[in-house]
Design a protein around this ligand. Structure first.
Ligand code: M6R
Length: 607
């Protein structure tokens, strides 16, 4: 959720930290702060608001010569949004930043109160600072070890101790921390994007291992005091990939990134026209030895799973169920060694999705994850990983991460069907060729970008609308609806088109527009009937078709928007781009911050 960064080296730490916080701001943006060594003492500057507000405060503070510090962007969990609740927090000898939740903070607070120690903020983080200070008798590593035994919950901490200038001590449980030592010094952050300026080689800090960062090196010790060798990873993202590249918003750039991101994800997995996961070390037995599949994920990633279910059941004829990860483990899912759990996550850190993997493993099920961030916790804890190659996704609203997740499901369904003889070689090759064609056709949609602005203008006064569809279009309706709610704040509901008349159609009036997805020919005429039903109740309809239908006139819809004609099964790619554009332009037209919608954070590492 929150973004954290620590730096010690030869550069101006305030610059490194504020720049890093700007890159991490998508993780949380209600307040921000930094703390740094100024000579021997620690100075803190923090504020509510965006990183830009912090930058202004730092500039006005005339800091010189700071080369070691820590920084934080907050997404409030415990305690409201206020200067005092912003990080870093200091208590006694300890100044720290934290990503996560301390679950036993109330008990700890009561224990500390017996010693007359009281916090000044309402945060669980300050309690963690108090606990570490309580354990401190001069040796930072010993203090962290002892505190680690007292703290429950998820945490990634970067800690500075009075009397230990130039050093940052870090530990994590659950929450992500990645680090690198480069020419400029040592850097640690909650996300790889903040390291890219310094190095593409990095490591994930193992859980319950204490890292000590100095300008010359990073050393790691476990809780028994043994030194630990980091497992180095390399990322092929470049700094430009994490910049806007001339676009007004990251979201718009990321919409445009999709054809390349999709090809980068698919091409290494197609040999002689057939899908293969050989290079991913996913053996065919994963499919041939499984008699049922459970898919779980959150938000947009779960919506990719809905499409995955449709494809796998249609092609491989294996039963699939899809559940949101926040419900998954409480629904007592039936799993055994013949079950395959497929999880999907852009960040690879979503707490509920991770919990589902852990539960599946307890039941002996195999776990396969579709993940964008290399070395993330979900990737490391799954039996098998299929990485998507979307590059960094910075906008909170997921776009390219979603379509690359879809593409992996097309590959899984095709490989599964091929190795279980449900599709022969020729059929499989045709399927893959259709997939590639559908991706290439996205460029035609991107070229028509401003058409979607015009269509969105018809929603300028809308406060509530419906997305409707059948089959794959119903899955895409859910994604379109989420995207719209998330960034334009228009209330929207996705509905199976045939279900409306069982109650919900009472909400349709001339003030409630309907976006109808009708790309599937087997249910097209039924969709048109459903559209007539809402039209008859006054709804203004935007219709999305697979290739233009010239027979459509104003009696059916106000706007017809078509994707370039593709085989129905591949329509989700084009439809996804169109619903992304509709949400994007609705938000822009309302003057909203498209990349950082209110109340949200990119990566949800708490349950
Ligand atoms: O990192 P993840 O893919 O696990 O994140 C899951 C959801 O939080 C995410 O897809 C969210 O729904 C998006 N912001 C929606 O655009």
């Amino acid at each position: 959720m929150c973004g954290i960064i620590g730096f010690t080296g030869t550069l101006d730490a305030t610059n490194v930290l504020t720049k890093g916080l700007s890159q991490l701001e998508y993780r949380g943006y209600d307040s921000a702060g930094i703390a740094f060594f100024e000579n021997e003492s620690i100075r803190t500057i923090k504020t509510t608001g965006k990183v830009q507000c912090l930058k202004e405060k730092v500039e006005a503070a005339n800091v010189t010569g700071a080369t070691c510090g820590i920084g934080h962007t907050r997404w409030a969990t415990h305690g409201g949004v206020s200067d005092i609740n912003s990080h870093p927090h200091t208590f006694g000898n300890v100044t720290l930043i934290h990503n996560g939740i301390i679950e036993n903070y109330k008990e700890l607070q009561e224990e500390l109160a017996l010693q007359g120690k009281t916090p000044v903020s309402q945060t669980d983080t300050e309690i963690a600072a108090m606990v570490i200070d309580d354990c401190f008798t001069g040796d930072p590593i010993e203090a962290i070890k002892k505190a680690d035994a007292r703290l429950e919950g998820q945490y990634g901490f970067c800690v500075m101790f009075k009397g230990h200038p130039g050093k940052i001590f870090c530990i994590r449980n659950g929450s992500p921390l990645v680090a690198t030592h480069a020419e400029a010094g040592s850097v640690i952050a909650s996300d790889m994007v903040a390291l890219l300026d310094y190095s593409k080689d990095y490591f994930v800090l193992p859980e319950h291992v204490i890292a000590t960062l100095t300008k010359d090196e990073i050393t790691l010790v476990d809780l028994e005091g043994n030194s630990v060798e980091p497992e180095m990873l390399h990322v092929d993202w470049d700094v430009d990939a994490a910049m806007k590249g001339g676009y007004e918003y990251f979201m718009l750039k990321e919409i445009h990134d999709q054809p390349d991101a999709l090809m980068n994800t698919i091409r290494p997995r197609v040999k002689n026209g057939l899908p293969t996961f050989e290079a991913d070390n996913v053996p065919d037995e994963v499919f041939t030895h499984c008699n049922r599949i459970l898919i779980t994920a959150c938000g947009t990633a779960m919506h990719a799973g809905l499409v995955g279910k449709n494809l796998i059941e249609r092609l491989a004829k294996v039963p699939v169920t899809v559940d949101v990860a926040s419900e998954f483990r409480y629904n007592e899912p039936i799993m055994d060694e013949n079950t395959l759990l497929i999880t999907i996550s852009q960040s690879g850190e979503t707490a509920d999705t991770l919990a589902a993997i852990r539960l599946a493993k307890e039941h002996g099920a195999k776990t396969l994850s579709i993940v964008n961030v290399k070395g993330s916790t979900i990737a490391r804890e799954s039996d098998y990983v299929l990485y998507t190659h979307a590059g960094p996704e910075i906008a909170v609203a997921s776009t390219k991460a979603y379509t690359v997740q879809l593409s992996v499901f097309y590959l899984i369904a095709a490989r599964f069907a091929f190795v279980t003889n449900k599709l022969n070689e020729e059929e499989t090759k045709t399927f893959i060729a259709n997939l590639e064609n559908a991706i290439e056709s996205l460029n035609e949609i991107l070229e028509k970008e401003m058409d979607f602005d015009e269509v969105s203008a018809s929603l300028d006064n809308a406060t509530s609308l419906f997305y409707i569809g059948r089959g794959l279009d119903e899955c895409l309706s859910r994604e379109g609806s989420l995207k719209l709610k998330e960034i334009s704040y228009i209330h929207s509901e996705a509905y199976a088109a045939g279900e409306l008349k069982h109650g919900t159609i009472s909400l349709i009036t001339d003030d409630v527009p309907v976006i109808a997805l009708a790309t599937q020919h087997n249910v097209y005429s039924k969709m048109i009937s459903n559209i007539r039903e809402v039209k008859a109740r006054g709804a203004k309809v935007i219709l999305i078709t697979n290739g233009e239908d010239e027979s459509i006139d104003e009696s059916i819809c106000s706007f017809q928007v078509s994707i370039p004609k593709v085989d129905d099964m591949f329509a989700p790619f084009g439809t996804a781009v169109i619903v992304q554009y509709l949400a994007y332009f609705c938000a822009v037209r309302r003057g909203l911050n498209v990349d950082q919608p209110r109340n949200l954070a990119k990566s949800v590492t708490v349950e």
